[in-house]
Design a protein around this ligand. Structure first.
Ligand SMILES: Cc1cc2nc3c(=O)[nH]c(=O)nc-3n(C[C@H](O)[C@H](O)[C@H](O)COP(=O)(O)OP(=O)(O)OC[C@H]3O[C@@H](n4cnc5c(N)ncnc54)[C@H](O)[C@@H]3O)c2cc1C
Ligand code: FES
Length: 254
């Protein structure tokens, strides 16, 4: 991991309140799927960096897909091509789809932003993606994912793709044998993790989740980002930034 000065190549609105920023890729850096980066904002009043997963990384470019949430992401959206940003990367443990044969990549809303690089780096695995959004206006990365692997898009109101909650649609497809995952990798709001944990259709399938916690340093030093995890030695508080962000769902205390 290093602190790089990266150039903004593009920064465009891609859906309601959602932007894609493409940055110059530092030479020789290959993030793993589900790793993240930490961006220093230019407004010195915003001291803490903002964490975003590496959405994609190809050729000379690194892509971040982000939702406008507060002052920091609004500032990010104002950056123009040519501006330079200090970016710490790659951070976190990441997730390797190739450790499995038929992984399902499950994205809930902005959690889908973590999936393109995971799918791109799957050389042996044959992943299938399920992406769930509230409605068509919030749907992002559907074309990018469809170009990388078979992708099922779902919206809560049916305005795009299949109608219903993505967890329920995946559970139905698993029960009907339409998809036979040997692992599920998921990134989304915590409610999705709770649903996955109690869904009988997934009881025999390993499930890995990428956790999101407010972060300070991003590198394991400040202990701002801890979460409770059951380990062989008992329950422990682990750091999402340095021990995760990917954990085995059944070990995480939600
Ligand atoms: C590992 C990781 C990966 C992430 N990947 C993405 C992504 O790919 N796309 C995306 O849209 N969002 C992602 N997030 C969430 C993103 O970091 C926050 O939405 C963003 O920091 C909000 O900043 P803000 O200043 O606009 O919001 P404010 O609410 O004004 O932020 C105030 C403070 O809270 C922190 N904060 C607020 N929300 C979050 C949050 N959900 N997670 C962590 N810190 C937060 C900010 O860093 C800042 O220090 C990720 C978070 C983590 C931890
Ligand atoms: S953010 Fe500092 S330890 Fe995780």
């Amino acid at each position: 991991m290093n602190d790089f000065l990266l150039t903004v190549l593009r920064n465009e609105r891609v859906a309601d309140g959602i932007y894609e920023m493409t940055l110059s890729r530092p030479e020789g850096v290959q993030p793993k799927g589900a790793q993240f980066l930490h961006i220093e904002l230019k407004d010195g009043g915003r001291i803490l960096r903002r964490p975003f997963c590496v959405c994609d990384c190809e050729g000379e470019e690194i892509t971040v897909c982000y939702a406008l949430v507060g002052a920091g992401t609004r500032e990010l959206a104002s950056y123009k091509p040519g501006e330079k940003l200090k970016v710490l990367l790659p951070l976190g443990n990441g997730w390797d789809a190739d450790a499995f044969e038929r992984p399902v990549l499950l994205g809930g809303g902005m959690g889908s932003a973590v999936l393109p690089l995971v799918a791109r780096l799957a050389k042996k695995a044959r992943p299938t993606a399920y992406l769930g959004f509230a409605d068509k206006g919030k749907a992002v990365l559907t074309e990018r994912m469809s170009a990388l692997c078979p992708t099922v898009v779902c919206t809560d109101n049916g305005s795009l793709g299949r109608k219903g909650y993505v967890t329920e649609i995946l559970a139905r497809d698993v029960r009907e044998g339409k998809v036979r995952p040997d692992a599920i990798f998921c990134c989304g709001p915590e409610i999705i993790y709770k649903l996955l944990a109690k869904e009988p259709a997934f009881a025999d399938i390993p499930v890995f989740v990428s956790l999101e916690k407010r972060m300070g340093c991003g590198v394991g030093a400040c202990l701002v980002c801890t979460c409770g995890v059951r380990t062989k030695e008992g329950e422990k508080n682990l750091r999402v930034c340095a021990d995760g962000s990917v954990f085995d769902l059944r070990e995480v205390i939600l």
